[in-house]
Design a protein around this ligand. Structure first.
Ligand code: BTN
Length: 230
């Protein structure tokens, strides 16, 4: 393991979603592999939301074998943040794995586990325009500086190949401190939607990447949830 972790990189022009395409080819291509698309016609985000995936953005799915997926979705923010930092400084993560630049969402990560395989989708607005209806909350690197899409892709893969073997062996814990240092929510009073709507102050994340929320004198561990306001 280590460098050259991914055996194959499949580049395609247009696809419905790199997530579904990766699952379809799993019987034919040996993991670990990556699928990279120029355009997605039916890109999807977390919670079944639509993910606008026009030409110029980075839309990819990483496929690899996994035995324990705990902390995987929080971990994946680390190689992406490290790669982006080669070019820009103001990069943060909103729990669990939204990538923020200048307090707006630059991209996101979608983790799906099927049998022994992880499908980790990454979507980053690089040279694509942001649709008008999400301009208040989303940002593209196009608005900040000119970064070559291929250069950024290579840097992300480079970071993933260095860090993923550590995650697969040791889990999220070795990355916890770096994650917390870049957590946009740290020390903030937030509202989060779980089974119920909860309010509290973010004090960090656990060794497994769960969000730790202080509510009065209690500390609550959040495994799944959507941050509503921060
Ligand atoms: C989010 O909601 O923040 C996650 C967005 C994930 C988008 C990526 S783009 C590549 C891959 N294919 C998809 O259909 N979605 C993910």
């Amino acid at each position: 393991m280590g460098k050259n972790f991914f055996k194959t990189i499949i580049t395609i022009n247009e696809v419905d979603s790199t997530m579904d395409f990766s699952k379809k080819i799993l019987t034919k291509v040996e993991p670990p592999f990556i699928v990279l698309a120029d355009i997605q016609k039916k890109g999807r985000g977390q919670h079944g939301r639509e993910w606008s995936s026009k030409k110029g953005g980075l839309w990819l799915t990483n496929v690899f074998k996994i035995t324990n997926g705990i902390g995987l979705s929080t971990f994946f923010a680390i190689p992406i943040m490290r790669a982006l930092r080669k070019y820009i400084s103001d990069v943060q993560v909103k729990w669990p794995n939204d990538i923020f630049v200048s307090r707006k969402k630059l991209g996101g990560i979608l983790v799906e586990i099927r049998e022994d395989f992880a499908f980790v989708g990454i979507g980053l607005n690089v040279q694509n325009e942001i649709p008008n209806e999400i301009k208040d909350t989303a940002i593209s690197l196009l608005d900040i500086c000119k970064i070559g899409k291929r250069d950024l892709f290579n840097e992300i893969i480079n970071q993933e190949e260095g860090l993923l073997p550590i995650f697969l062996k040791e889990g999220f814990k070795p990355f916890k401190e770096e994650y917390q240092n870049n957590l946009i929510l740290l020390n903030k009073d937030i509202w989060i939607q779980t089974d119920t709507l909860i309010n509290g102050k973010v004090i960090g994340v656990s060794d497994n990447g769960e969000l730790l929320l202080k509510c009065g004198s209690e500390v609550i561990t959040i495994i799944n949830g959507t941050v509503k306001s921060f």
